[in-house]
Every structure is written in structure tokens, then in C-alpha cells.
Design a protein around this ligand. Structure first.
Ligand code: CA
Length: 420
């Protein structure tokens, strides 16, 4: 009885989370593991495809799949009845989640409800996560945080046909080659009999920790020793171990934090706040940087200062494990969410500082205009693609400096208006 009540309560919490997320965070920023961020430019305009178009594309794709080792029988059986999914295309073209501010993202990604669910999930799976931590050298709270962001601890793994999503995205053109390669990997998984019900989220990621098919091939492990690398069943063991294996492969260092929230001193040179500037902790300390609680900085080797929400938001000293999490998803918001959720699950403090919540995120159109105008003013943004990558951030910094503003590199409306 008690178990049933607990379950009911967990479901209620989960429903609240999903409502709060509008399912968009789960399916958007957080779902496409392994650095698939929709490219905001190509294919924004133009006709959407159709079932007939997909069927014709599959015809053309067939010899390429066979050449890649998929048998004709398996191809025909698997691809029969694969449906064009216009929702997947919309999702891929939709820019809303990339117009989200980091604080809006973190509010849902590291909500109190998700922390509560995570503590329960951790408790329930403690022995399993301890074994994974011992074998792969990745802290259980970090593995659990990925699980929490990718599928709300296994409860929201996605129910779209992986083959349908991948075929639609491969055919539809944008990043077609990438999705075609994933589709071929997916067909090999099906042909190998590794999966019964191959369902996932919109970009073809599936299972408890939302692996892409090629990542299954490279990184999935059979942790429970039943002969299958099963990321899709109720038992999360293989999936969680696979995530730990993935993070270990990319260089996870056990015992090193992803980062720590810091306080910058008055008059700090904001030119230094970029992942490109790496200094020993002793140098940051000498420059007056302290933890957000005012303590001396812990020394975990050379690190960088990051201001993901500009100089009026929280500041972080980050270490190489931050870049390891980026291998799951390159968005700063995602990495911070994993790091912060892991901290909370380990009983550490969450992010303390506020954010400049009155600032709204720039739209895609505005981000492109910002880049266009930066280029026109002699500050090379590295292309006009709407992505606020390192070159654009550097260009914003240079512009801010030239205009006597705090050079934090944050692409605010204020910067855009000054450029206008
Ligand atoms: Ca297994």
C-alpha cells in the first residue's frame, strides 16, 4: 500500500514536471544527446516534405544502406510502413527552445520537483549506481542527473518511431547526411535483434539516457551481463552504465567538479570570462575570485570563468569535466543543468546568484541581425547563422569593449540596439 501511494505521489510530481516543461525541454534542448543542436538557419524556409517524398527518398537510400552492410531483407522489413512525421520536421525547425534564456531553462531542468524525483531515483538505484561509479569512475549523481534530464529518470523515454524520425530527418535535407548515418546505425541495431520496440524522442535518440544509434554502437555496454545492451527496457542498468562509459570515454575525471559558482571582484576584467582563457586556480584566486560563499577557491587544476547569463548573472569557475558534459549536448544551459542537478543530488547547494530575468532572449531573427551588424561594424562574428558560438561571443565582447560597456560577451537586446 505504502509503495502504491509513493508511486502515485511520484506520478503526480512527474506530471507536474511534464506540464511545467510543456514537454519541450525534455524533447528539445535536453533530449538530443551527443551534441545534436538544430542548426538554426538552413531549411527554415521552404516546403515541408510528404509521405510520397519520403517513399521516393527511401528508394534512393536503399542501395546506400545495403552498401553499408544492412541486408536487403532486413532493410525491407524495417523500412516497410515507415511514416513521414511532420511533427519531427517542425520540431527540427522550431527555434523556440533556442530563444529560451538560461534561467528559464534551468527553472524547469533543475526544479525542486525534479530534485525530489532524483533523490528517490538515486535511493532506489543506489547499489546499481555505486557499482557503475566504481567500474567507470563517474559519480553516481552525475549519471543520475543525465538520466533526470534525458528522460525524467526513465519515465519519459519518448514514443516516436526511431526509424520514422531518422528517416524523416535524413530525407528532409537539413543535416541529412548526419541523420542518414544514424538511420543506417539504427537499421543495424534492428537487424541485430537488439531492440524490440524502437521508440524515442523526435531526433532519434532513445532509451533511458537518450542515446543516438551510433552512440549505442560505440558506447553501449551490457552491464547486467544478460548478453544484450538494452537501453530501452524498464531496467535502467545498461543505459546508466552506457552513459558512464560515454562520459569516461570523453575524459571524465572522478573527483573533479564540473565547476563551482564564484563571485568576481569589483573591477574584474571581463575579457577573461571565456572558455578560451584557462588559468591555474591560484591565478584566479590572486585576481580576487572567490566561491559564491566567499571562501577560497578549491584547486582542481586550471579552469575558466564562465558567465552564461552575462555579467549580472551567476559566474562559474569551470573545469574540464564541463567540456565532457558538452559531449552530450553543447548548450551551456544543458551542461549547467546537469552540473547543478548533480550537485543538488549530492546534497550540495544549487546556484545561488540571481539572473537578469528582465532581459529577454533574442529571437533567431535578432541573433542573425546582431551578427550581421557586428560584421558590418568590423567585428567578425564568424558567420550569420543565429548561433551564439565562441566567435560571436568574442565579437560581442570586442564591440562592448569599444563602446565602453562591460565586455561579458552576452548577446543582449541592449547590444543589438547599440549596433542599430
Ligand atoms: Ca544487458
Amino acid at each position: 500500500m505504502r509503495g502504491a501511494r509513493l508511486f502515485e505521489k511520484s506520478c503526480k510530481i512527474l506530471r507536474r514536471i511534464l506540464v511545467a516543461l510543456g514537454a519541450s525541454v525534455v524533447l528539445g534542448l535536453s533530449a538530443p544527446a551527443q551534441t545534436i543542436l538544430p542548426d538554426p538557419v538552413a531549411g527554415m524556409e521552404g516546403e515541408m516534405g510528404s509521405q510520397a517524398g519520403l517513399d521516393a527518398w527511401i528508394e534512393g537510400f536503399r542501395p546506400r544502406a545495403l552498401a553499408a552492410g544492412v541486408s536487403a531483407a532486413a532493410f525491407d522489413a524495417a523500412m516497410r510502413g515507415v511514416e513521414f512525421n511532420s511533427k519531427v520536421v517542425e520540431r527540427d525547425r522550431n527555434q523556440n527552445e533556442f530563444s529560451k534564456t538560461i534561467w528559464d531553462y534551468l527553472d524547469t531542468a533543475v526544479s525542486e520537483d525534479r530534485v525530489a524525483l532524483g533523490l528517490k531515483a538515486l535511493e532506489r538505484n543506489r547499489a546499481l549506481l555505486d557499482r557503475i561509479e566504481a567500474e567507470f569512475g563517474v559519480e553516481k549523481e552525475v549519471v543520475a542527473a543525465v538520466w533526470g534530464l534525458e528522460s525524467a529518470f526513465g519515465t519519459y523515454r519518448g514514443d516516436l518511431s526511431v526509424l520514422g524520425s531518422l528517416a524523416t530527418l535524413a530525407y528532409e535535407g537539413r543535416r541529412g547526411a548526419f541523420f542518414e548515418a544514424e538511420l543506417i546505425a539504427a537499421l543495424r541495431i534492428v537487424e541485430g535483434g537488439h531492440v524490440e520496440r524502437f521508440a524515442g524522442s523526435w531526433a532519434g535518440a532513445s532509451g533511458h539516457t537518450q542515446f543516438m544509434p551510433s552512440s549505442w554502437e560505440k558506447f553501449a555496454v551490457d552491464f547486467d551481463g544478460d548478453g544484450k545492451r538494452n537501453l530501452w527496457g524498464e531496467d535502467p542498468g545498461d543505459a546508466l552504465a552506457s552513459t558512464a562509459n560515454y562520459l569516461r570515454h570523453w575524459g571524465w575525471t572522478k573527483g573533479q567538479p564540473w565547476g563551482v559558482e564564484v563571485r568576481l571582484p569589483e573591477g574584474f576584467d571581463h575579457d577573461q570570462t571565456t572558455e578560451r582563457v584557462v588559468k591555474p586556480v591560484s591565478e584566479w584566486q590572486a585576481m580576487g575570485v572567490r566561491t559564491v560563499f566567499g571562501a577560497d577557491l578549491p584547486d582542481h587544476g586550471p579552469g575558466s570563468i564562465l558567465l552564461p547569463g552575462g555579467h549580472r548573472g551567476a559566474a562559474f569557475l569551470i573545469w574540464p569535466n564541463f567540456q565532457v558534459i558538452e559531449k552530450y549536448n553543447t548548450a551551456d544551459a544543458y551542461v549547467l543543468a546537469i552540473g547543478s542537478l548533480a550537485d543538488r543530488l549530492a546534497g550540495r547547494a544549487g546556484i545561488q546568484s540571481g539572473w537578469p530575468r528582465e532581459l529577454r532572449a533574442l529571437t533567431l531573427e535578432e541573433r542573425r541581425e546582431l551578427q550581421d551588424r557586428l560584421g558590418g561594424a568590423g567585428f567578425d562574428p564568424g558567420g550569420v547563422d543565429g548561433r551564439m558560438g565562441p566567435k560571436t561571443v568574442a565579437a560581442v565582447k570586442a564591440f562592448q569593449k569599444a563602446r565602453g560597456l562591460v565586455p561579458d560577451g552576452y548577446p543582449s537586446l541592449e547590444v543589438l540596439e547599440l549596433l542599430r
